[in-house]
Design a protein. Structure first.
Length: 152
């Protein structure tokens, strides 16, 4: 069985960043090394605890789009359960409402950009938002044929 491929986008969500499998392994291994070094050479080995802490707290905040669901922080949205999709270009938001009442809101202003000028920042955020929102709407239409789509 092949692993699921996710499209990954930088997105500054408010939830805690979820570290990936490789980052977790690195944190565990560096914690073990720091623990051993702390016992063997206490004052200097204790400084090694900074390595796993920095690795854990520097996990990137991402939005991951899979073939059947999206992951964003602690939110998981299964496309087949989405009953209503509402997009507001003026507010820059895409609202997905699931059958169980769970609401996920994708916001244009939470996409980071490397631009420095205000007009370029707005243009880049709008372009990234349109790209991601388009992919999400397309996947919802495929998975949930009965979903109500408005504002698109």
């Amino acid at each position: 069985m092949t692993p699921t491929e996710f499209a990954i986008f930088k997105y500054q969500h408010t939830d805690r960043a979820s570290p990936g499998q490789a980052r977790r392994r690195f944190v565990y291994a560096s914690s073990a090394v720091a623990a051993i070094a702390s016992v063997l050479a206490f004052p200097f080995g204790a400084a090694l605890w900074l390595v796993p802490l920095i690795a854990w707290f520097s996990a990137p905040r991402q939005l991951q789009l899979g073939p059947r669901y999206l992951l964003c922080g602690n939110a998981i949205v299964y496309y087949g359960n989405v009953k209503r999709v509402a997009m507001s270009r003026a507010q820059g938001s895409l609202r997905l409402q699931s059958a169980n009442g769970q609401v996920f809101v994708l916001e244009r202003d939470k996409f980071p950009t490397g631009a420095r000028k205000a007009d370029k920042i707005a243009k880049n955020k709008a372009a990234k938002f349109d790209k991601v929102a388009g992919k999400i709407v397309e996947k919802v239409r495929k998975a949930a044929s009965g979903a109500e789509v408005s504002g698109i």
